[in-house]
Design a protein around this ligand. Structure first.
Ligand code: SF4
Length: 157
């Protein structure tokens, strides 16, 4: 998997203070996409072991409390990204007690493949659906357009 940006401290993408990763790779081609440069899965930088370790370290950093991790893009559930995302969310669940995971995807919850669905037990919130320019609304919280749904999947302590 490749990624475009990583914010160690972010207060925009999700509730509270968070770590946020924007991955490369997206096949949805939404009209009005804010981030077309991320569509190519070969763009950006390699998401390697040291990046994964860095995120775990940042989430557990007691100097700046993070509520959790946000995964966006691009699309974290782009098929080629799923193995790396699954490994990351498993580690967060095992090594970062009390942190929540929010994930934005252009797929609809009901159309996920078995491989994509394997990520769901490890995340708390899934925001699904393509960005629809005709339904865009800047007043929406955590969504770009009103067709997208914020699914609260699991509540982790
Ligand atoms: S899912 Fe997101 S990144 Fe992909 S095309 Fe749509 S708006 Fe752009």
């Amino acid at each position: 998997m490749n990624y475009h940006r990583y914010y160690q401290v972010d207060v925009i993408n999700g509730p509270g203070t968070r770590c946020t990763l924007f991955v490369a790779g997206c096949e949805h081609q939404c009209r009005g996409c804010y981030n077309q440069s991320t569509w190519d899965p070969r763009s950006g930088h390699l998401f390697d072991q040291s990046m994964e370790d860095q995120i775990i370290k940042d989430l557990n950093d007691s100097r700046i409390h993070r509520r959790g991790l946000s995964l966006s893009g691009g699309d974290p559930l782009f098929p080629g990204n799923v193995p790396a995302v699954l490994q990351l969310v498993k580690r967060v669940r095992q090594e970062c007690a009390g942190k929540d995971i929010w994930l934005w995807t252009g797929y609809k919850l009901g159309e996920l493949s078995a491989a994509q669905r394997a990520v769901l037990p490890y995340i708390d919130v899934l925001i699904d659906g393509k960005f629809e320019q005709s339904l865009a609304d800047p007043s929406l919280l955590y969504r770009g357009s009103s067709n997208q749904i914020v699914h609260h999947l699991h509540e982790h302590p």
